[in-house]
Design a protein around this ligand. Structure first.
Ligand code: G3P
Length: 224
C-alpha cells in the first residue's frame, strides 16, 4: 500500500519525507489556499521534495480550460499527476490527458458509478472521499469495498486512492480491502506511530538501562 501525504505545507512534507515512508503527495485548491503561497511555486517545491506522484488540481470547470490548466500543471514537473473533479468535463479532460500519457487523479468521488466512469476515462487514480461520506452518516469504507471489487473484476488499471482520511482506522480498513493508496493528513501519519504501550514500554526499558550506568557508544569507544 502506498502512502501519500494530503497537504500543501512544504516544510511538513519535507519533514515527513525524511521518514522514507512517503510515496507521493496530494493537494487540492483548499490546501493550496491554506498554504497562502502561489500554486506553481508550491507544486514545484513539492515535486522536488518527493519523487513520487504529486497531485495538482485544476480549478476551471469547462473542458477546454481544464485541459489548458492540466497541461500547464503537468509541465511544472515530470511527477505531476493532474487532478480533476468527477464531472462530465472533468472526465473528458481525464480521457484526453490520459490518452496523451499524463497521469490523472479523479477527485471528489462519492459513488461506485462515478468510480466506474473514471476508470473507463483512463484515470491513473480514483479518489473516493471516505471521511466526507462518514460525515453525512454513510459508511465511506463500503464505497472502497465496492470500487476494489469492481476494478478487480475488470482488471482496470486505475489505482484506488483513499482520500478524506480522518484517522488510523481508516488506513487499516482501507489496507484490509486492498486499496492501492491512502492519502494521509500529516497528523494521521504521525498518529499511526503511536501506541501507549510503546511509550510505557520504552520508558521502562530506558529507566532499567539508566540503572546499569552503561552506554552503548561508550562500549564502542572502549573497544576501538
Ligand atoms: O485531498 C482531498 C481529501 O483528502 C480532502 O479531505 O478532510 O477535506 O475531507 P477532507
Amino acid at each position: 500500500m502506498k502512502f501519500f501525504i494530503d497537504t500543501a505545507d512544504v516544510a511538513e512534507i519535507r519533514d515527513l519525507a525524511s521518514t522514507g515512508l512517503v510515496d507521493g503527495v496530494t493537494t487540492n485548491p483548499s490546501l493550496i489556499a491554506k498554504s497562502g503561497r502561489p500554486m506553481a511555486e508550491v507544486i514545484a517545491e513539492i515535486c522536488d521534495a518527493v519523487p513520487g506522484p504529486i497531485s495538482a488540481e485544476v480549478t476551471a470547470t469547462d473542458y477546454a480550460t481544464m485541459l489548458r490548466e492540466g497541461r500547464y500543471l503537468a509541465s511544472i514537473a515530470k511527477n505531476v499527476a493532474v487532478k480533476v473533479p468527477l464531472t462530465v468535463d472533468g472526465l473528458k479532460t481525464c480521457k484526453t490527458l490520459s490518452d496523451a500519457g499524463t497521469p490523472v487523479n479523479v477527485t471528489l468521488c462519492f459513488s461506485a458509478a462515478q468510480a466506474l466512469l473514471a476508470a473507463k476515462a483512463g484515470a491513473a487514480y480514483i479518489s473516493p472521499f471516505v471521511g466526507r461520506l462518514d460525515d453525512i452518516g454513510a459508511v465511506g469504507m463500503d464505497l472502497i469495498a465496492d470500487i476494489v471489487e469492481i476494478y478487480s473484476a475488470y482488471d482496470f488499471k486505475t489505482a484506488v486512492l483513499v482520500a478524506s482520511v480522518r484517522g488510523p482506522q481508516h488506513v487499516i480498513d482501507a489496507a484490509k480491502l486492498g486499496a492501492d493508496v491512502v492519502t494521509l493528513p500529516p497528523a494521521v501519519l504521525r498518529l499511526m506511530y503511536k501506541h501507549p504501550l510503546t511509550d510505557k514500554g520504552l520508558e521502562a526499558f530506558l529507566a532499567d538501562w539508566a540503572k546499569t550506568g552503561q552506554s552503548i557508544l561508550g562500549a564502542e569507544t572502549d573497544t576501538a
